[in-house]
Design a protein around this ligand. Structure first.
Ligand code: HMG
Ligand code: MG
Length: 295
């Protein structure tokens, strides 16, 4: 069976915008976040406290957090790779962070300037201190299905990295298909290898058009938290072949069609994506946005 309700973990302002080459004004980002909350989102990954030279688009993380009105009942997690990032997040009263590890050696090096092993040395004090401060910590593991340099990622390697992150005290592990190469059978096998869906979320990029099929496979395994970006924008600047995330609108269309509750208003999401497309100067890649905006 399928879950009655799914939590959509919105990553548009972070994963969606991080790959944009032209810097989006902080007021536009703040309006994007406000519109997402108004459309019913209860968790909005807002920005990243990474090195500003590594992701220039999100160098305004402090200004953005100051500009966003944080509503009660809405969570505004931010990405944090290291203690410097945690210090910056704490200055802004952030209540939830997400660390992001790699399942492969090459991507650990390219995305974090660390080895597969030394990424844990970087994360351990971050999680320990964050928990001391009463923060919730989510963990991502990237390249769960394959990476452009090493090919398919062995399932056991993903489980090993993922378990270590959960054991640090992270409340949830988001399985990232950073370059969108996964297929539905692989998704079911990976969730099975974790021993079931407990504390797992899924994070699909739609590079190969598999994101929605992969999501359905994960739901059938019992996963109830799905990452998506409104309008389907996004990508990872350190994985050139990555395109946008699963579009929130495409996900909501499928879920509502299946009778699964999300608490989201599809019309408002489409209006938001249409507005954002104008700001970014190019149409949303979401098929549902294209269909509904035209109709
Ligand atoms: P590094 O160069 O090894 O950093 O980068 P370092 O620890 O050697 O420090 C060097 C200098 O940077 C120091 O300054 C630090 O203070 C400063 P100095 O003492 O030389 O003057 N510094 C910072 N400044 C501000 N904020 C910070 C920070 N950290 C160090 N947080 C680092 C290591 C991890 C920082 C770097 O590699 C980095 O920022 N990487 C982030 C890359 C990134 O954001 N990628 C995209 C997100 S991941 C993703 O999209 C995948 C996901 O969506 C899931 C999926 O799809 O699979 C999550
Ligand atoms: Mg991603």
């Amino acid at each position: 069976g399928l879950p009655e309700r799914v939590t959509v973990y919105e990553v548009g302002p972070r994963d969606g915008l991080q790959n944009e080459s032209v810097v989006v004004p902080v007021e536009v980002k703040a309006e994007f976040v406000a519109r997402l909350a108004a459309a019913g989102h209860r968790v909005i990954e807002t920005t990243s406290f990474v090195h500003p030279k590594w992701v220039p688009q999100l160098a305004d993380a402090s200004e953005l957090l100051a500009a966003v009105e944080r509503l009660p009942g809405v969570r505004y997690p931010v990405l944090v790779p290291n203690e410097r990032g945690l210090d910056r997040a704490l200055e802004h009263g952030v209540q939830e962070i997400a660390i992001f590890a790699s399942a492969t050696e090459t991507f650990a090096n390219r995305n974090l300037n660390r080895t597969l092993e030394s990424q844990f040395t970087m994360f351990e004090p971050v999680v320990a201190r964050a928990l001391e401060h009463g923060l919730r910590v989510r963990a991502y593991v990237s390249m769960c299905f394959g990476d452009p340099w090493e090919g398919p990622t062995p399932v056991a390697q993903v489980v090993s990295v993922g378990r270590r992150l959960l054991d640090l005290g992270c409340y949830e592990l988001s399985l990232g298909d950073t370059v969108g190469v996964g297929t539905a059978g692989h998704v079911a096998a990976l969730i099975g290898a974790f021993g079931g869906p407990e504390r797992l979320a899924v994070h699909f990029h739609d590079t190969y058009g598999q994101a929605l099929a992969n999501t359905l496979a994960a739901l059938r395994e019992g996963v109830t938290v799905v990452d998506a970006s409104t309008g389907g924008i996004g990508g990872c600047p350190y994985a050139e072949s990555a395109t946008g995330n699963l579009a929130t609108e495409d996900l909501v269309w499928m879920l509502h069609g299946l009778g699964v509750e999300t608490g989201l208003d599809l019309r408002s999401l489409v209006e938001t994506s249409t507005w954002l497309a104008t700001e970014l100067g190019r149409p949303s890649p979401s098929r549902v946005v294209q269909a509904l905006a035209a109709g």
